[in-house]
Ligand binder design. Structure first.
Ligand code: AMP
Ligand code: GLY
Length: 425
C-alpha cells in the first residue's frame, strides 16, 4: 500500500512512524514533512500543499491507496472534496463537515440543535445582545471568536468589564480580524478537561483512550498558552461511565446530526471535553488529531493503523476490531528557546551515543520542528521534538519519557517537568 501524509509536525511524524512499522505499507510520501520524515518516507517535491489539484494528480500518477491529512487548514479548505472528486481515497472530513472546527458558531448551534451537552451560550454580531447575556452570567466569563485563530481565539474574562472589552475587540476586528466578526459568550465550566478522539466513517466510530494535554508553557500550568507541551493516555480521570456518556450523548448524536445536515462526518472527531461533577460537556470540536495527543495514541494502537484509517475513509469501520495496548503513554515536548513568542536561532540537535537500555523498546523520539542539513538535524521550529515513553504505569512511562529527554541536547531546549501530574498526584 502507498500512503500520502499531509502535514509537517510531530502529529504527522507519529502517524508515519506507526504506518512504517506495518508490513503492508510499502511507501509513504510526505507533503511536505520535516527534516526527519525523510528517514521513513519520501518528500513530495515541488508541490505546494495548498494546491490540492496537483497533490491529487500526484496521488493518481503514483497509485496512492490512501491519503491522511494531519492539520485542520487543508480540511477546512476542502482537500477531501478535491480528492474525492477524483475518486481518490482520503481520510478526513469534507469542507462542510470541517465547519465543526472552522466555525465555533456553527459548532455551538449544531450542539444545541442535536441536544448535545455543552456550555450555555449566546452567539451574535450584536454588541448589546452579547452584553446583556454577559450581565446574566457569574464571572469568569468565556468569550470566543467564531473563526480559526490558531488556538488564541478564546478569552476567559475574570470580570464582566473584561468580557465586554473582549467582545469589543473581537467585533471591531481589532483582535482577530474576520474570525472575530461573530462572537460567542458562554458560561465558564469548572471541571477537568479531557481530549477524546473518535475515528469516524460517517456512520460508525472507534473511540480511542482518553488523553490529557498540557497547554501552558510552564510547570504547574503557568505561563502562556502553547500548542501543547506534553500529553499522556489513558488518563485515570476517565471511567467507563464517562466513555459511555461520550458515546451515547456526544458521538452518536453528532454522527446522526451530521448525516441529517447532509455532511456525514468522516475523519477524526477530536472532542474537547469538560467533565463537570461527573457530567461530560463538549467544549469544542476539532476535526483532526490533537498535537501532541496523537503522538501518544499512535504507539498505543496495537492493531493496524493503516486499516483504521483506510476503513474510516471507506465507510467500513463496522467490520473492524481494534486492539489497544494496555500500557500507558507519556510524551514530553521539547520546544525552542523563544517558543511560543518568536522564532529562535537554529540549533543542532545532538543525541547521546549510547541509548539507555531501558529505552530501547519502551521509548522513542518524534520529530516536529526540525530541518536536516549535511546529515545533521537542526531545531528550527517552535515545538522541536517529543520524547515518548511507554510503560505499565503512568509513572513508568513518564520516567522513560524524561530519561529519553535527558539524552537529547540542543541550545535553548525547554520542556515541562511535570507532564501527567494530574494522574500522579
Ligand atoms: P477551545 O478552543 O474552545 O477549546 O478553548 C480553549 C481552552 O479554553 C479550552 O481548552 C479550555 O481550557 C478553555 N475553555 C473554553 N471554553 C470554556 C468554558 N466554557 N469553560 C471553561 N473553560 C473553557
Ligand atoms: N493539543 C491540542 C490541539 O492539537 O489542538
Amino acid at each position: 500500500m502507498k500512503v500520502i501524509i499531509v502535514g509537517s509536525g510531530g502529529r504527522e511524524y507519529s502517524i508515519a512512524r506507526a504506518l512504517s512499522g506495518e508490513e503492508k505499507v510499502k511507501k509513504i510520501y510526505f507533503a511536505p514533512g520535516n527534516g526527519a520524515t525523510e528517514d521513513i518516507s519520501q518528500k513530495i517535491e515541488n508541490i505546494d500543499i495548498k494546491d490540492f489539484e496537483k497533490l491529487a494528480s500526484f496521488a493518481k500518477q503514483n497509485c496512492v491507496d490512501l491519503t491522511i491529512v494531519g492539520p485542520e487548514a487543508p480540511l477546512v479548505n476542502g482537500i477531501v472534496d478535491v480528492f474525492k472528486s477524483h475518486r481518490l481515497t482520503i481520510f478526513g472530513p469534507s469542507a462542510n463537515a470541517a465547519r465543526l472546527e472552522g466555525s465555533k458558531v456553527y459548532m455551538k448551534n449544531f450542539l444545541k440543535k442535536y441536544k448535545i451537552p455543552t456550555a450555555k451560550y449566546v452567539e451574535s454580531d450584536n454588541k448589546d445582545e452579547l452584553y446583556s447575556f454577559i450581565d446574566t452570567l457569574p464571572s469568569p466569563i468565556v468569550v470566543k471568536a467564531d473563526g480559526l485563530c490558531g488556538g488564541k481565539g478564546v478569552i476567559i474574562a475574570k470580570t464582566h468589564d473584561e468580557a465586554k472589552e473582549a467582545v469589543d475587540g473581537m467585533l471591531s476586528g481589532d483582535s482577530f480580524g474576520e474570525a472575530g466578526k461573530k462572537v460567542i459568550v458562554e458560561e465558564f465550566l469548572d471541571g477537568f478537561e479531557l481530549s477524546l478522539f473518535a475515528i469516524c466513517d460517517g456512520e460508525d466510530f472507534k473511540l480511542l483512550p482518553a488523553a490529557q494535554d498540557h497547554k501552558r508553557l510552564k510547570d504547574g500550568d503557568e505561563g502562556p498558552n502553547t500548542g501543547g507541551m506534553g500529553a499522556y493516555a489513558p488518563t485515570p480521570l476517565v471511567n467507563e461511565d464517562i466513555y459511555e456518556q461520550v458515546r451515547q450523548n456526544v458521538i452518536k448524536p453528532t454522527l446522526k446530526g451530521m448525516r441529517e445536515e447532509g455532511c456525514p462526518f468522516e475523519g477524526v472527531l477530536f472532542i474537547g471535553l469538560m467533565v463537570v461533577n461527573g457530567e461530560a460537556k463538549v467544549l469544542e470540536y476539532n476535526v483532526r488529531f490533537g498535537d501532541p495527543e496523537c503522538e501518544i495514541l499512535m504507539p498505543l494502537i496495537k492493531s493496524s493503523v493503516y486499516d483504521l484509517f483506510y476503513k474510516g475513509a471507506t465507510k467500513d469501520l463496522d467490520s473492524l476490531d481494534i486492539e489497544i495496548d494496555d500500557r500507558y503513554g507519556v510524551c514530553v515536548v521539547a520546544a525552542s528557546r523563544h517558543y511560543p513568542y518568536k522564532s529562535s536561532v537554529p540549533a543542532e540537535i545532538v543525541m547521546d551515543k549510547v541509548v539507555h537500555k531501558d529505552l530501547e523498546d519502551n521509548a522513542h523520539i518524534v520529530y516536529a520542528g526540525v530541518d536536516k542539513e549535511d546529515d545533521k538535524l537542526f531545531a528550527t521550529g517552535g515545538r522541536v521534538l517529543l520524547a515518548v515513553g511507554l510503560g505499565n504505569s503512568i509513572k513508568e512511562a513518564r520516567d522513560r519519557a524524561y530519561l529519553m529527554m535527558g539524552q537529547i541536547h540542543f541550545e535553548g531546549k525547554q520542556y515541562r517537568n511535570d507532564i501527567a501530574y494530574q494522574a500522579l498526584r
